[in-house]
Ligand binder design. Structure first.
Ligand SMILES: [Zn+2]
Length: 254
């Protein structure tokens, strides 16, 4: 493909700074000219089909096709996805951790903007955990409690979070967040002094930890928390190269 688009994306995302679970950047090469870019969370067959129907020349996703530990064969569902891309000559571009971490286009930065959180510091592996406060001046910021946070998540992300907390009317100041499947970061968030932790998924141990430490745990959906980074990056690329951009949300309850 005309590598300018990927070169620009790489320049912004700086994938070499990360130890990731899969390749970042161009994963499947398609046509050289890109006039329509479709973004989505995951390179699923449903997204690829929808993008092909929408006339996409390139698809930009957060969860690409290739991950450490895979068979490495183009069989079954993997063949189905790759065949659909190649048949339609569509480029597939993916950024995983770089797109979680980017200070402006990143999933964490964008989730904070959407939820009205002000970032102050980072914690944990590769600085992917974020800590901040409810932006002063936003609705009810002075007496912001766990219930308010849960309601805000529900309103903004369009899904009811799983909330593990004792007294949900308790006022909270320091809030930590990490999008996607970052439930195992809960302990780091607790040590960092957070009073509530927002991520996508929950596993069994976190429910106990939340009760025993008094730090609230909000599981807000892996997909739902990671919808925004790829849209921001896609929009920035579309503006830079004067191309069309469309985000396609293939909903996922997980
Ligand atoms: Zn993810």
């Amino acid at each position: 493909m005309n590598n300018k688009l990927v070169e620009q994306a790489n320049e912004w995302m700086q994938p070499t700074r990360f130890k990731d679970y899969g390749p970042n950047g161009l994963q499947v090469e398609g046509k050289s000219e890109v006039t329509k870019l479709v973004t989505g969370v995951t390179a699923s067959l449903e997204l690829i089909e929808a993008a092909a129907n929408a006339g996409a020349d390139a698809i930009l996703v957060h969860h690409g096709l290739f991950w450490r530990g895979q068979e490495g064969t183009l069989t079954g569902w993997m063949r189905g996805r790759v065949a659909k891309l190649i048949h339609n000559n569509i480029n597939l571009i993916a950024y995983h951790l770089p797109l979680d971490a980017h200070p402006l286009y990143g999933n964490n930065a964008q989730l904070a903007i959407h939820l009205g959180l002000q970032m102050r510091e980072t914690f944990g592996d590769q600085n992917l955990g974020h800590i901040g406060f409810v932006t002063p001046g936003t609705q009810g910021a002075e007496s912001f409690c766990i219930n308010d946070l849960a309601l805000r998540v529900e309103r903004v992300l369009g899904r009811t979070p799983t909330v593990i907390a004792g007294d949900k009317s308790r006022r909270i100041g320091k809030i930590a967040w990490c999008t996607g499947g970052a439930q195992s970061w809960f302990e780091d968030a607790i040590y960092a002094g957070a009073e509530a932790f927002i991520t996508g998924e929950i596993s069994e141990p976190q429910a106990h930890l939340a009760k025993e430490t008094g730090v609230a745990f909000l599981a807000c959906g892996h997909h739902a928390t990671e919808r925004y980074g790829v849209q921001a990056l896609g929009q920035a690329l579309a503006e830079k190269f004067s191309i069309e951009h469309q985000f396609i949300d293939v909903d996922n309850p997980a």
